[in-house]
Design a protein around this ligand. Structure first.
Ligand code: IPM
Ligand code: MN
Length: 349
Protein backbone atom coordinates (compact mmCIF):
# COMPACT_ATOMS: atom_id res chain seq x y z
CA UNK A 1 0.00 0.00 0.00
CA UNK A 2 1.64 3.21 -1.17
CA UNK A 3 0.88 6.29 0.91
CA UNK A 4 0.87 9.30 -1.38
CA UNK A 5 0.64 12.88 -0.13
CA UNK A 6 -1.07 15.13 -2.66
CA UNK A 7 -0.43 18.88 -2.77
CA UNK A 8 -2.60 20.40 -5.53
CA UNK A 9 -1.34 23.90 -4.68
CA UNK A 10 -2.13 27.06 -6.62
CA UNK A 11 -3.48 28.11 -10.01
CA UNK A 12 -3.81 25.23 -12.45
CA UNK A 13 -2.11 22.86 -9.98
CA UNK A 14 -5.39 21.32 -8.76
CA UNK A 15 -6.65 20.78 -12.34
CA UNK A 16 -3.55 18.94 -13.54
CA UNK A 17 -3.22 16.94 -10.32
CA UNK A 18 -6.80 15.73 -10.80
CA UNK A 19 -5.88 14.27 -14.17
CA UNK A 20 -2.71 12.71 -12.77
CA UNK A 21 -4.78 11.06 -10.02
CA UNK A 22 -7.20 9.64 -12.61
CA UNK A 23 -4.24 8.07 -14.36
CA UNK A 24 -2.82 6.78 -11.06
CA UNK A 25 -6.14 5.08 -10.33
CA UNK A 26 -6.26 3.49 -13.78
CA UNK A 27 -2.66 2.30 -13.40
CA UNK A 28 -3.40 0.76 -10.01
CA UNK A 29 -6.27 -1.25 -11.53
CA UNK A 30 -4.17 -2.39 -14.45
CA UNK A 31 -1.05 -3.30 -12.47
CA UNK A 32 -2.65 -4.37 -9.20
CA UNK A 33 -0.83 -2.08 -6.81
CA UNK A 34 -2.70 -0.40 -3.95
CA UNK A 35 -2.39 3.17 -2.76
CA UNK A 36 -4.07 5.74 -0.59
CA UNK A 37 -3.84 9.51 -0.89
CA UNK A 38 -4.05 12.33 1.61
CA UNK A 39 -4.59 15.93 0.56
CA UNK A 40 -2.45 18.75 1.90
CA UNK A 41 -3.71 22.26 1.15
CA UNK A 42 -0.41 24.18 1.13
CA UNK A 43 -1.04 27.08 -1.24
CA UNK A 44 -1.00 30.83 -1.68
CA UNK A 45 -4.69 31.02 -0.81
CA UNK A 46 -4.17 29.18 2.46
CA UNK A 47 -1.33 31.54 3.28
CA UNK A 48 -3.53 34.57 2.57
CA UNK A 49 -6.37 33.10 4.66
CA UNK A 50 -4.36 31.81 7.62
CA UNK A 51 -0.74 33.02 7.34
CA UNK A 52 0.34 29.37 7.31
CA UNK A 53 3.15 27.94 5.22
CA UNK A 54 4.76 24.51 5.70
CA UNK A 55 5.79 23.99 9.33
CA UNK A 56 7.83 21.34 11.14
CA UNK A 57 4.75 19.32 12.07
CA UNK A 58 3.77 19.17 8.38
CA UNK A 59 7.27 17.97 7.51
CA UNK A 60 7.15 15.32 10.23
CA UNK A 61 3.83 14.06 8.86
CA UNK A 62 5.05 14.05 5.24
CA UNK A 63 8.01 11.89 6.25
CA UNK A 64 5.54 9.04 6.83
CA UNK A 65 4.52 8.96 3.16
CA UNK A 66 6.06 6.99 0.30
CA UNK A 67 5.86 9.88 -2.15
CA UNK A 68 4.51 13.39 -2.63
CA UNK A 69 2.61 14.49 -5.71
CA UNK A 70 2.65 18.26 -6.23
CA UNK A 71 0.69 20.42 -8.70
CA UNK A 72 2.21 23.89 -8.53
CA UNK A 73 2.78 26.66 -6.05
CA UNK A 74 2.79 30.40 -6.71
CA UNK A 75 -0.03 32.92 -6.41
CA UNK A 76 0.15 36.40 -7.97
CA UNK A 77 -1.70 37.80 -4.93
CA UNK A 78 1.25 36.88 -2.68
CA UNK A 79 4.55 38.78 -2.79
CA UNK A 80 7.11 36.81 -4.85
CA UNK A 81 9.32 34.55 -2.77
CA UNK A 82 7.02 33.80 0.17
CA UNK A 83 5.24 30.69 -1.13
CA UNK A 84 8.26 29.58 -3.13
CA UNK A 85 10.53 29.58 -0.05
CA UNK A 86 7.83 28.76 2.51
CA UNK A 87 6.37 25.80 0.66
CA UNK A 88 8.40 24.48 -2.29
CA UNK A 89 11.94 25.15 -1.08
CA UNK A 90 10.96 24.35 2.52
CA UNK A 91 9.80 20.89 1.40
CA UNK A 92 12.86 20.28 -0.78
CA UNK A 93 15.21 21.26 2.05
CA UNK A 94 13.39 19.81 5.05
CA UNK A 95 12.90 16.47 3.29
CA UNK A 96 16.51 16.63 2.04
CA UNK A 97 15.45 16.03 -1.55
CA UNK A 98 18.94 16.70 -2.73
CA UNK A 99 18.43 15.72 -6.35
CA UNK A 100 16.18 17.45 -8.84
CA UNK A 101 15.84 15.02 -11.72
CA UNK A 102 14.62 16.61 -14.94
CA UNK A 103 14.36 14.48 -18.08
CA UNK A 104 14.42 16.39 -21.36
CA UNK A 105 12.85 14.16 -23.98
CA UNK A 106 11.26 15.18 -27.24
CA UNK A 107 8.22 13.04 -28.06
CA UNK A 108 7.32 14.58 -31.42
CA UNK A 109 9.53 16.78 -33.61
CA UNK A 110 6.51 18.94 -34.52
CA UNK A 111 6.69 20.43 -31.02
CA UNK A 112 10.40 21.24 -31.09
CA UNK A 113 11.29 24.87 -31.83
CA UNK A 114 14.67 23.73 -33.18
CA UNK A 115 14.99 23.08 -36.88
CA UNK A 116 15.54 19.48 -38.01
CA UNK A 117 15.72 17.94 -34.52
CA UNK A 118 14.08 14.56 -34.06
CA UNK A 119 13.11 12.66 -30.90
CA UNK A 120 16.36 10.68 -31.01
CA UNK A 121 18.31 13.98 -30.93
CA UNK A 122 16.73 15.27 -27.74
CA UNK A 123 16.82 12.67 -25.02
CA UNK A 124 18.86 13.61 -21.99
CA UNK A 125 18.46 14.07 -18.25
CA UNK A 126 19.57 16.94 -16.04
CA UNK A 127 20.61 16.02 -12.50
CA UNK A 128 20.28 19.30 -10.63
CA UNK A 129 21.69 19.64 -7.12
CA UNK A 130 18.64 20.61 -5.06
CA UNK A 131 19.77 21.44 -1.52
CA UNK A 132 22.66 23.92 -1.65
CA UNK A 133 24.31 26.55 -3.83
CA UNK A 134 22.68 29.95 -4.21
CA UNK A 135 19.40 28.46 -2.99
CA UNK A 136 20.79 28.07 0.52
CA UNK A 137 19.66 31.66 1.18
CA UNK A 138 22.97 32.80 2.64
CA UNK A 139 24.03 36.40 2.36
CA UNK A 140 23.41 39.83 3.75
CA UNK A 141 22.68 43.45 3.03
CA UNK A 142 25.17 46.09 4.06
CA UNK A 143 23.96 49.68 4.43
CA UNK A 144 20.58 48.69 3.00
CA UNK A 145 18.81 51.55 1.27
CA UNK A 146 21.88 53.79 1.15
CA UNK A 147 23.88 54.74 -1.93
CA UNK A 148 26.68 52.50 -0.72
CA UNK A 149 24.39 49.49 -0.32
CA UNK A 150 25.90 46.07 -0.88
CA UNK A 151 23.88 42.88 -1.34
CA UNK A 152 25.79 39.63 -0.93
CA UNK A 153 24.34 36.27 -2.04
CA UNK A 154 26.48 33.27 -1.28
CA UNK A 155 26.73 30.00 -3.18
CA UNK A 156 27.19 27.41 -0.45
CA UNK A 157 28.72 24.11 -1.60
CA UNK A 158 29.79 21.32 0.74
CA UNK A 159 32.00 18.41 -0.23
CA UNK A 160 29.32 16.08 1.11
CA UNK A 161 26.53 17.82 -0.82
CA UNK A 162 28.47 17.99 -4.06
CA UNK A 163 29.72 14.41 -3.78
CA UNK A 164 26.33 12.83 -3.11
CA UNK A 165 24.89 14.64 -6.12
CA UNK A 166 27.75 13.64 -8.41
CA UNK A 167 27.59 10.04 -7.19
CA UNK A 168 23.87 9.93 -7.88
CA UNK A 169 24.52 11.26 -11.40
CA UNK A 170 27.16 8.59 -12.12
CA UNK A 171 24.90 5.82 -10.81
CA UNK A 172 22.00 7.21 -12.82
CA UNK A 173 24.07 7.39 -16.03
CA UNK A 174 25.17 3.80 -15.56
CA UNK A 175 21.64 2.58 -14.88
CA UNK A 176 20.15 4.59 -17.75
CA UNK A 177 22.58 2.74 -19.96
CA UNK A 178 22.17 4.88 -23.12
CA UNK A 179 25.25 6.71 -24.28
CA UNK A 180 26.79 6.34 -20.81
CA UNK A 181 28.15 9.87 -20.83
CA UNK A 182 28.01 12.29 -17.92
CA UNK A 183 28.65 15.99 -18.51
CA UNK A 184 29.54 18.30 -15.67
CA UNK A 185 27.99 21.71 -16.39
CA UNK A 186 29.66 24.53 -14.46
CA UNK A 187 31.66 27.73 -14.61
CA UNK A 188 35.20 26.76 -13.65
CA UNK A 189 36.65 29.76 -15.49
CA UNK A 190 35.04 32.36 -13.22
CA UNK A 191 33.48 30.80 -10.10
CA UNK A 192 36.81 29.43 -8.96
CA UNK A 193 35.87 28.27 -5.45
CA UNK A 194 32.61 26.46 -6.02
CA UNK A 195 33.54 24.93 -9.35
CA UNK A 196 36.99 23.92 -8.20
CA UNK A 197 35.28 21.78 -5.57
CA UNK A 198 32.78 20.43 -8.11
CA UNK A 199 35.45 19.63 -10.69
CA UNK A 200 37.80 17.92 -8.19
CA UNK A 201 34.96 15.87 -6.75
CA UNK A 202 33.73 14.95 -10.23
CA UNK A 203 37.20 13.80 -11.32
CA UNK A 204 37.68 11.72 -8.18
CA UNK A 205 34.30 10.01 -8.32
CA UNK A 206 34.73 9.40 -12.07
CA UNK A 207 37.61 7.00 -11.30
CA UNK A 208 35.06 4.63 -9.73
CA UNK A 209 32.99 4.59 -12.94
CA UNK A 210 35.37 3.62 -15.76
CA UNK A 211 32.37 2.55 -17.85
CA UNK A 212 30.95 6.10 -17.85
CA UNK A 213 32.48 8.64 -20.25
CA UNK A 214 32.89 12.11 -18.78
CA UNK A 215 32.78 15.58 -20.23
CA UNK A 216 32.76 19.17 -19.01
CA UNK A 217 30.89 22.20 -20.41
CA UNK A 218 30.60 25.72 -19.09
CA UNK A 219 27.01 26.66 -18.37
CA UNK A 220 26.88 29.39 -21.03
CA UNK A 221 28.19 26.98 -23.64
CA UNK A 222 25.70 24.38 -22.41
CA UNK A 223 22.79 26.65 -23.38
CA UNK A 224 24.38 27.02 -26.80
CA UNK A 225 24.70 23.24 -27.27
CA UNK A 226 21.12 22.69 -26.09
CA UNK A 227 20.05 24.65 -29.15
CA UNK A 228 22.74 23.62 -31.61
CA UNK A 229 23.66 20.03 -30.68
CA UNK A 230 21.33 18.63 -28.03
CA UNK A 231 22.20 15.14 -29.29
CA UNK A 232 25.59 15.47 -27.56
CA UNK A 233 24.03 15.05 -24.12
CA UNK A 234 23.09 11.95 -22.17
CA UNK A 235 23.17 12.97 -18.48
CA UNK A 236 24.19 16.40 -17.19
CA UNK A 237 25.06 17.14 -13.56
CA UNK A 238 25.07 20.70 -12.29
CA UNK A 239 24.42 22.95 -9.31
CA UNK A 240 21.10 24.34 -8.12
CA UNK A 241 20.93 27.66 -9.97
CA UNK A 242 22.46 26.47 -13.25
CA UNK A 243 20.11 23.48 -13.13
CA UNK A 244 17.15 25.79 -12.61
CA UNK A 245 18.07 27.89 -15.63
CA UNK A 246 19.07 25.21 -18.12
CA UNK A 247 16.00 23.07 -17.42
CA UNK A 248 13.64 25.85 -18.51
CA UNK A 249 15.52 25.86 -21.80
CA UNK A 250 15.38 22.08 -21.75
CA UNK A 251 11.60 22.19 -21.29
CA UNK A 252 11.26 24.43 -24.34
CA UNK A 253 13.23 22.16 -26.67
CA UNK A 254 11.23 19.11 -25.53
CA UNK A 255 7.93 20.78 -26.42
CA UNK A 256 7.25 23.29 -23.65
CA UNK A 257 5.97 23.47 -20.10
CA UNK A 258 2.93 21.38 -21.02
CA UNK A 259 5.07 18.25 -21.12
CA UNK A 260 8.06 18.84 -18.77
CA UNK A 261 8.11 16.97 -15.46
CA UNK A 262 10.60 16.54 -12.67
CA UNK A 263 11.30 14.75 -9.43
CA UNK A 264 12.73 16.15 -6.19
CA UNK A 265 14.48 13.04 -4.99
CA UNK A 266 15.76 11.94 -1.64
CA UNK A 267 17.15 8.50 -2.50
CA UNK A 268 17.01 7.56 1.20
CA UNK A 269 13.73 9.30 2.02
CA UNK A 270 10.52 10.79 0.62
CA UNK A 271 10.58 12.18 -2.92
CA UNK A 272 8.24 14.71 -4.52
CA UNK A 273 7.12 14.80 -8.15
CA UNK A 274 5.84 17.84 -10.03
CA UNK A 275 5.16 19.27 -13.46
CA UNK A 276 7.78 22.01 -13.77
CA UNK A 277 5.56 24.59 -15.47
CA UNK A 278 4.24 26.47 -12.46
CA UNK A 279 0.75 27.61 -11.51
CA UNK A 280 -0.14 29.37 -14.82
CA UNK A 281 -2.59 31.83 -13.17
CA UNK A 282 -4.10 33.07 -16.42
CA UNK A 283 -5.36 29.60 -17.34
CA UNK A 284 -6.72 28.76 -13.90
CA UNK A 285 -10.16 27.15 -13.80
CA UNK A 286 -10.58 27.19 -17.58
CA UNK A 287 -10.02 23.46 -18.19
CA UNK A 288 -7.47 24.30 -20.92
CA UNK A 289 -4.09 23.62 -19.32
CA UNK A 290 -2.11 20.62 -20.58
CA UNK A 291 -2.08 17.93 -17.86
CA UNK A 292 0.54 15.76 -19.60
CA UNK A 293 3.43 17.23 -17.59
CA UNK A 294 1.61 16.29 -14.38
CA UNK A 295 0.83 12.86 -15.84
CA UNK A 296 4.52 12.42 -16.71
CA UNK A 297 5.34 13.45 -13.12
CA UNK A 298 2.96 10.70 -11.98
CA UNK A 299 4.84 8.26 -14.20
CA UNK A 300 8.16 9.34 -12.62
CA UNK A 301 6.61 8.86 -9.18
CA UNK A 302 5.55 5.30 -10.06
CA UNK A 303 9.01 4.52 -11.38
CA UNK A 304 10.44 5.79 -8.08
CA UNK A 305 7.99 3.65 -6.09
CA UNK A 306 9.17 0.57 -8.00
CA UNK A 307 6.27 0.30 -10.46
CA UNK A 308 8.53 0.44 -13.51
CA UNK A 309 6.07 -1.18 -15.92
CA UNK A 310 3.23 1.18 -14.94
CA UNK A 311 5.59 4.12 -15.37
CA UNK A 312 6.64 2.95 -18.81
CA UNK A 313 3.10 2.24 -19.99
CA UNK A 314 1.97 5.73 -18.96
CA UNK A 315 4.89 7.28 -20.80
CA UNK A 316 4.12 5.18 -23.88
CA UNK A 317 0.52 6.40 -23.84
CA UNK A 318 1.73 10.01 -23.55
CA UNK A 319 4.03 9.44 -26.54
CA UNK A 320 1.12 8.04 -28.54
CA UNK A 321 -1.21 10.94 -27.71
CA UNK A 322 1.47 13.51 -28.48
CA UNK A 323 2.00 11.91 -31.89
CA UNK A 324 -1.52 10.88 -32.88
CA UNK A 325 -4.16 12.83 -30.99
CA UNK A 326 -3.22 16.23 -29.63
CA UNK A 327 -3.19 19.19 -32.01
CA UNK A 328 -0.74 21.10 -29.83
CA UNK A 329 0.87 20.86 -26.41
CA UNK A 330 -0.05 24.46 -25.54
CA UNK A 331 -2.86 25.48 -23.20
CA UNK A 332 -6.13 25.98 -25.05
CA UNK A 333 -4.80 24.57 -28.33
CA UNK A 334 -4.70 20.84 -27.63
CA UNK A 335 -7.98 20.11 -29.41
CA UNK A 336 -9.17 18.71 -26.07
CA UNK A 337 -9.85 20.10 -22.62
CA UNK A 338 -7.64 19.33 -19.63
CA UNK A 339 -10.07 16.67 -18.40
CA UNK A 340 -10.44 15.13 -21.87
CA UNK A 341 -6.68 14.68 -22.16
CA UNK A 342 -6.67 12.92 -18.78
CA UNK A 343 -9.54 10.69 -19.96
CA UNK A 344 -7.68 9.89 -23.18
CA UNK A 345 -4.64 8.75 -21.20
CA UNK A 346 -6.86 6.55 -19.01
CA UNK A 347 -8.66 5.05 -22.00
CA UNK A 348 -5.40 4.24 -23.82
CA UNK A 349 -3.85 2.78 -20.70
C1 IPM B 1 11.73 25.33 -10.31
C2 IPM B 1 11.19 26.69 -9.93
C3 IPM B 1 11.58 26.99 -8.50
C4 IPM B 1 13.09 27.00 -8.43
C5 IPM B 1 10.99 28.29 -7.93
C6 IPM B 1 9.50 28.33 -8.06
C7 IPM B 1 11.42 28.53 -6.52
O1 IPM B 1 11.62 27.66 -10.82
O2 IPM B 1 11.30 24.34 -9.71
O3 IPM B 1 12.58 25.26 -11.20
O4 IPM B 1 13.72 28.05 -8.65
O5 IPM B 1 13.66 25.95 -8.13
MN1 MN C 1 12.82 26.90 -12.42
Amino acid sequence: MYKIAVIPGDGTGPEVVNEGLKVLQAASKKFGFKYETKLFDFSGQRYLDTGKLVDDADVAELKKFNAIYLGAVGDPKVKPGIIETGVLLKLRFALDQYINLRPVKLYNSAYCPLKDKKPEDIDFVVVRENSEGLYKGMGEFRDKGSVSEVAIQISYNTRKGVERCIRYAFEYTRKRNKRKKLTLCGKTNVLTYAWDLWQRTFNEVAKEYPDVATDYAHVDATTMWFVKNPEWFDVIVTDNIFGDIITDLGAMIQGGMGIAAGGNINPEGVSMFEPIGGSAPKYTGKNVINPLAAICACSMMLENLGEAQAAKDIEDVVIKLVNKDLKSLAAGKMGYSTAEVGDLVVKNL
